[in-house]
Design a protein around this ligand. Sequence first.
Ligand code: FES
Ligand SMILES: [Fe+2]
Length: 437
Amino acid sequence: MTTLDNPPAETTEAANPTNTFDVEALVRPDRVHGSVYTSPEIFRRELEQIFRKGWVYVAHDSEVPEPGDYITRMMGQEPVIVARGKDGQVRVLANRCAHRGNRLCNAEQGNATSFRCPYHGWTFSNEGPLVAVPMRNGYADRYDSLRGELGLTPAARVDTYRGFVFASLAPTGISLLEHLGRSTDAIDRLLALSPAGELQLGAGHMKHFQNCNWKMVMENNVDGYHALFTHKSVYDAVRPAKVSHQPAKVKVLVRDLGGGHSEIDYSEEYEKLDEEFVWFGRSPREKLPAYVSAMEAAYGPERTHHSLVVGPPHTLIFPNLFLAEMNIMTVDLLAADRTVAYTTPALLKGAPELNGKMLRRTEGAMGPAGFLIADDGEIGFRNQRGLAARGSEWLQLSRGLESDLDNETGTVNYDKSSETPQRGFWREWARVMGASA
Ligand code: FES
Ligand SMILES: [Fe+2]
């Protein structure tokens, strides 16, 4: 049996592991093989096993608030249109013309009742059916039947949780709620900061091109180890008001929620401090009077105080959604070593006063001249480059293994630098990737 004291011998069997797809050759409880970030074969299998068969975050319904609103997104490498029909329903449609396969809609977002293909002009309604074909006589008597048959292919399953729209390209599988598991608590925690209990993601997205594998981007979001090093310049420059990063001093924990979902949770430490807005630069409530009174009108003083003490979640929802405290992040997968991270401020309905300040803060973290994501992008690039060098084939994920605790909230570790979240991510990755194709 593999233990920390008795690690497996370095292997070469994973050099081309996808012939039989031997997950054991790639993921162990305390380590992953470096090829999981670099192999094009593994990347292709991820597209199939994770991004076609599983639930994937595609959009938030506040991004398409009105009938006719649409945005274009990717599910893995498949372009989709997320469109709200005149019936009010949000659909996820393949962005592929039924004539010759051209990408139908090439705008990032807009409002339209139909989409006209730029190649030969076929037109589809925003609910999917083909509605018009130029020079239809070329199809003679077959036109009506063709029109009935050809439309935009809808995602096999679409479901939402409190406005977060997820889709799966597989007709069968677990429900969205089963997939989300305990991670719904994090979404609830975020929405508890809105007087209306809703998000309003209308600020557009920041797009950061990252020269690394998509999993590096997502895992790094719940890596509590790197901040003091990767982001040293930020801490030197702005001295964030957050609590200490020294694990011995604070009750900040990392948590594997199961299902690949995981988080860094400051709430116990914040509750201990019992101070509002520690997560928001220790802004006194007097500076946000309209927001605080709207919150108290909606929830009463006690629940409001608690929400303002614990703040937003820092939670990764497998595979492609990150509730980044005051931002929402998702990723586009370009190739095994190329990713685009999309972030948008987590603007809250009914909270214009807070939203205005939040925009400035998110510019500082995620903007083109911002600190945090630029640091992470550079370290991701260097990580990807480093993996090209020869060395141990395995990457360590054993930090904190002995001090993980199981409780009713998942597997937690009170050392925030523990690699507990990553171990949870990889366990789910191995389960899904190892499932029969
Ligand atoms: S490919 Fe779209 S009309 Fe021809
Ligand atoms: Fe970071």
